[in-house]
Ligand binder design. Structure first.
Ligand code: NAD
Length: 233
């Protein structure tokens, strides 16, 4: 953002995308281009012949949908350059983002509002039912297993009700699927099933755009989970 704004003028957030040629990256680029308060300033992806350093120069915020092995390094480079970072990449421990300074980091294993609600309902139900298991179902080119959403759901449920013990996670990978999850809870004579389906990657975009708008003003960093942006404003 440059210079003081005239009255009524909206601040434009300059956004670069890492993993821009990927399934999520392409959808994010289109969503940013469609947002009036954002400008897409860079697409970093080896598949496009562009490296991260090329796109950081013109960006206020970096959005990363790459690989578990590269997301941490990208966040380190971006924050060191003073660029706030929104991470959607899953399959690594978010604790690895601690102690990165220079700019803020926001990370969410799932940017779909329905998935956030599923996790909250599952956490609530965990306090009242004897046992639980999770089935997560994704497209066959997903690299990590179990999904970041399933791992987070299980840990939220285990925290809410230690008597559940470890919540088992079962992973299904098939063509035709996008991102789906069932949390099944059982107790004497009854079961409860909580299910969420992302049938299109558009489902993640309102959450990603919200994170881009809010990452620069986080009270602490890193912040993990979209629910933290929904409850605080
Ligand atoms: N948080 C969420 O809501 C959410 C939703 C869907 C997917 N995901 C996660 O997003 C990630 C990406 O998923 P996808 O389906 O788009 O994968 P994908 O394989 O289609 O795309 C990944 C892209 O990253 C690029 N890449 C690799 N190394 C790079 C680097 N160093 N710099 C820049 N780009 C690099 C690859 O060339 C590829 O184009 C996965 O970890 C997936 O689990 C998260």
């Amino acid at each position: 953002m440059t210079g003081p704004l005239d009255e009524g003028q909206v601040a434009v957030i300059r956004v670069a995308v890492a993993g821009a040629a990927g399934r999520m990256g392409q959808t994010v680029c289109a969503a940013v281009e469609g947002a009036q308060d954002m400008e897409l300033t860079g697409r970093a992806d080896p598949a496009l012949g562009t490296v991260l350093a090329d796109v950081l120069i013109d960006a206020d915020v970096l959005v990363d949908f790459t690989l578990p092995t590269t997301a941490v390094q990208n966040a380190r480079e971006a924050t060191a350059a003073g660029v706030h970072t929104v991470i959607g990449t899953t399959g690594f421990d978010p604790a690895r983002l601690k102690h990165m300074t220079g700019a803020n980091i926001f990370i969410a294993p799932n940017f779909a509002i329905g998935a956030v609600l599923m996790m909250q309902f599952a956490q609530q139900a965990a306090r009242h039912m004897a046992r639980a298991e999770i089935i997560e179902l994704h497209h066959d080119r997903k690299v990590d297993k179990p999904s970041g959403t399933a791992a987070r759901t299980a840990s939220l449920m285990e925290e809410a009700s230690p008597r559940l013990g470890e919540v088992p996670v079962h992973s299904v990978r098939l063509p035709g699927l996008v991102a789906h999850q069932e949390v099944i809870l059982g107790d004497v004579g009854q079961t409860l099933t909580i299910r969420h389906d992302s049938i299109d990657r558009e489902s993640f975009m309102p959450g990603v755009l919200l994170a881009i708008r809010r990452v620069g003003t986080l009270p602490e960093s890193p912040v993990v989970g979209l629910e933290n942006l929904l409850t605080s404003g």
